[in-house]
Design a protein around this ligand. Structure first.
Ligand SMILES: [Zn+2]
Length: 238
């Protein structure tokens, strides 16, 4: 595959990733807000941890910060498509290549890697020299609404999305497995799958995604590592 083709795929993947991630953000955060903050608001009033109200102003900037993070995820998605289509990663497309045991094991391993990555990057961003620059935006939501799922600074959004490139560069992983185990690559790997399916350049790269035979198209399934997982990080911060 020529450089211009790989760049084209990467550029197309940016809005693709944004639509995919933005869709799940709205699908999960929207109903959560309607149910918890509108329908059950009176019933949950006495069960709230914080008495601070979620003002429209707060939810507005949580939403806008989240949209900005979605754009960052799009950029990282485009980068991933480029490197996968170039055959520079460990991603593979035929499950038979490493077998079903590794397929399921890789999901568990990646979950552990992601959890470790999140813990240490979070601790690092609490360092006084980094907190103001990278992590302050995240902690503006002292009483986060569901719209705060991706409420990060730009630099933190890159860090959060960085787990996906880290995994595909270091671990043989199938696109379907990666979709269930780490965030930031769901749409990207699907796009890359399509991109590498006709990649003569990639097919010559040893150990690359394209060194396998024609890859299947990744089905568009529910993204369990979407806003929910980020919400967990939001509420689990120190
Ligand atoms: Zn924190």
């Amino acid at each position: 595959m020529s450089l211009s083709q790989r760049l084209t795929y990467a550029l197309l993947a940016i809005p693709g990733e944004m639509i995919d991630r933005g869709f799940w953000y709205l699908v999960i955060a929207g109903p959560a807000w309607v149910i918890l903050h509108l329908l059950l608001a009176r019933w949950l009033a006495r069960r709230r941890i914080s008495d601070k109200p979620n003002t429209f102003r707060q939810m507005s900037w949580e939403f806008l910060y989240s949209l900005r993070s979605v754009f960052v995820y799009g950029l990282v998605g485009g980068f991933m498509v480029f490197v996968i289509a170039s055959g520079w990663t460990q991603m593979y497309f035929r499950i038979e290549r490493f077998g079903w045991t590794w397929f399921f094991l890789s999901i568990g391993v990646t979950v552990l890697i992601h959890d470790t990555y999140f813990y240490w990057t979070h601790r690092l961003m609490h360092h006084p020299r980094l907190f103001r620059v990278m992590h302050h935006t995240h902690h503006l939501s002292t009483n986060p609404s569901p719209w705060a799922a991706y409420s990060f600074s730009t630099s933190e959004a890159f860090v959060q999305a960085g787990i996906a490139p880290l995994v595909i560069f270091t671990l043989p992983i199938h696109p379907l497995g990666s979709r269930f185990s780490c965030s930031g690559k769901s749409r990207s790997t699907s796009s890359a799958t399509a991109a590498t399916s006709s990649s003569p350049a990639g097919s010559s790269a040893p150990g690359s995604a394209a060194s396998s035979t024609r890859p299947p198209t990744t089905p568009s399934t529910t993204n369990p590592t979407g806003p929910t997982s980020v919400s967990t990080s939001t509420t689990g911060t120190a």
